[in-house]
Design a binder for this molecule. Sequence first.
Ligand code: NI
Ligand code: MN
Length: 226
Amino acid sequence: MQISYHGHSIVKIKTKGYTILIDPFITGNRLTDLSVKEEHSDVILLTHGHNDHVGDTVEIAKQSGALVVAPNELAEYLSWQGIKTHPMHIGGAHQFDFGKVKLTQAFHGSSYITNDQQIIYTGMPAGILLFIEGKVIYHAGDTALFSDMKLLGDIHPIDVAFLPIGDNFTMGPEDAARAVEFLKPKEVIPIHYNTFPVIEQDPQEFAKMVSFTSVRVMKSGDEFDI
Ligand code: NI
Ligand code: MN
């Protein structure tokens, strides 16, 4: 399968039969190389309800017929906008035709802010474990460091982990480096940095803090195969 990164927390996975998009925040994302009109995914996975993660989900789901998999309250809220959703919750796994999804805990918030300044709370935020074609991919979503990451790594040997390093709203580089020690993935990719001034980070500094795991610093549009 082919994995690509598209700025902020956007990750795209192309398997033999499916295109899976995680947290497609395109409009307003100064780092992304994606354009909403060109996205035709089969599945959209969402970690939580914040606007910089839900992003253009509704428009992409409407134009492509994608199934949106999200934490329960967020899935429910999005289903009212006329798209196909599959609600899940933390600790639960489900086997889909494209692969298995398991939601993990994330220490963060989850709400969607509407254009008319309403805050819609969307339950708990999550991380995503994806089991596809014999590989395990972990997208941590937005989260603080938590010691149960050790448990995640023990139960599910992780091939690729996407971890936020931006600080302020999530782990910063030092905590993310500790997260790598807990998770023990084969490879780690820093995300959720440099999109806004308050989350500016040098990913190479993060890379220097990590030992025993290879760090792949990706620019928007970069891809690799696993
Ligand atoms: Ni967030
Ligand atoms: Mn965020």
